[in-house]
Design a protein around this ligand. Structure first.
Ligand code: GUN
Ligand code: ZN
Length: 433
């Protein structure tokens, strides 16, 4: 376990108080031009202007000063596949072919605990390099893959939410577990990891296509049995996928209705993609308080379609923003925000920089039911922070020379920034880089 000694981190501080009403909503955030975050036991002990906090720093506390840099809550990625770090950038296919040709092939390698352990370390390194301090991750069907990720995250004190992808049909034999075994595996993982340090479990039906009705029923029962675990799956991503669901579940009114029938919707349910929803499906998501997870780099790369952000928001559906690596093409939540902006442009919508930064910090935390714990710089929250440099490249520095205010700086960061803009990442008050 890492050392949690107090630390003072100094720079320009930015944290969101609520979702911005639009561009220019200065009441939605707190910005301190020269601020200090004091950490203690991995959490934020105090935060304020340097002139106030300097005198409160206990003697001997190291002060890490980042003049000019912007210190924000660490980014949160609510949908990512840790076994797909060698699937990312696989050419030329849409969803169902992409799964068969590339994804299922790589995922079978995670039966080997050594392979899983190596990939878990790589994955956590890469998240930290990109300023992501919490992720909701799919593991493979193999419980050892989830054990490897949880063990590595626990060792680093990273707040990870993860689950083994449960499947019992329409996949290679190496990824299919019969219903009872998969449920027993999941229950054992919950017992071992849910609430161990910062680890949390998510019940993970891969998607409706890869589970029988019996398995979905058992997963729904498991989700109900543990009222603090989350649930993650995929929904309405691709038209061929939707046609296949219709064929497999002919009596259900929609794809969303299938999950609803098995008790898999609710405020702790993270529904990846949600691109091709019909009106009754939108109503189901709204009424159950389920979260629609927007995965723009993936939706563009796999050619799935354009998420209707404003439409779902107006309908009252909760929304989160995620990378979906390896369908997604970048680990960076900055790049992800940039692609979200472009997808919305194609729909005649806008994503103000304030809204994007709120979404990838406080907003995603709220989607996970973790508001106040992560995604904010406030006393009591975990000291998970990212130190950002909007002048990280010559092109960014050149553009920044004419930036007039914080919002423009944030827009440069999200449009041009990536891992190069991350100067440091703190996990529970400890530098990760
Ligand atoms: N649907 C079912 N499995 C997957 C996956 O691994 N990635 C994406 N993007 N969609 C899926
Ligand atoms: Zn996914």
């Amino acid at each position: 376990m890492t050392n949690l000694n107090p630390r003072a981190i100094r720079g320009r501080l930015l944290t969101f108080l609520r979702a911005p009403a639009g561009a220019g909503d200065a009441q939605s955030y707190r910005y301190i031009d020269d601020g200090i975050v004091l950490t203690k036991d991995g959490r934020i002990d105090a935060v304020g202007p340097a002139y106030e906090l300097e005198i409160r720093i206990p003697s001997g506390t190291p002060v890490e000063h980042f003049p000019g840099a912007l210190i924000a809550p660490g980014f949160i990625d609510p949908h990512i596949h840790y076994p797909q770090t060698q699937v990312i950038a696989s050419y030329g296919a849409q969803l169902l072919e992409w799964l068969e040709k590339y994804t299922f092939v790589e995922e079978q390698k995670f039966a080997d605990p050594a392979h899983a352990a190596r990939n878990a370390e790589f994955f956590l390194d890469e998240l930290a390099r990109n300023g992501t301090t919490t992720a909701v991750a799919y593991c493979t069907a193999h419980p050892v893959s989830a054990d490897a990720l949880f063990a590595a995250a626990h060792e680093r004190n990273v707040g990870m939410i993860a689950g083994n992808s449960v499947m019992n049909r329409n996949g290679p034999p190496g990824l299919l577990a019969p219903g009872r075994t998969a449920i027993a595996d999941s229950r054992e993982l919950i017992r071992r990891w849910h609430g161990t340090g910062r680890q949390r479990y998510a019940v993970t039906p891969r998607f409706a296509i890869t589970s029988t009705e019996e398995q979905l029923e058992e997963l729904g029962a498991l989700f109900k049995e543990f009222p603090t675990v989350l649930m993650q799956t995929h929904l309405d991503e691709n038209l061929d996928e939707i046609a296949a669901v219709q064929k497999l579940f002919p009596d259900d009114a929609s794809y969303t209705a299938v999950y609803h029938r098995f008790g898999l919707l609710g405020p702790r349910s993270l529904m990846g993609h949600c691109i091709h929803l019909k009106d009754p499906e939108i109503a189901l998501l709204r009424d159950t308080r389920s979260v629609a997870v927007f995965c723009p780099t993936s939706n563009l790369f796999i050619g799935s379609g354009l998420f209707d952000y404003d439409g779902l928001k107006a309908a009252g559906v909760r929304i989160a923003l995620a990378t979906d690596v390896g369908g997604g093409t970048s680990y960076s939540m900055l790049r992800t925000a940039a692609e979200a902006y472009k997808v919305m442009q194609l729909r005649g919508q806008n994503l103000p920089a304030l809204a994007a930064f709120d979404l990838i910090t406080r907003g995603n935390a709220a989607a996970l039911g973790l508001e106040g714990e992560i995604g904010v710089i406030a006393p009591g929250a975990f000291a998970d922070l990212v130190v950002l440099d909007a002048r990280a490249t010559p092109a960014m520095a050149h553009r920044m020379d004419v930036a007039r205010n914080l919002e423009e700086e944030l827009f440069v960061l999200m449009t041009m920034g990536d891992d190069r803009s991350v100067r440091q990442t703190y996990i529970a008050g400890v530098p990760a880089l």
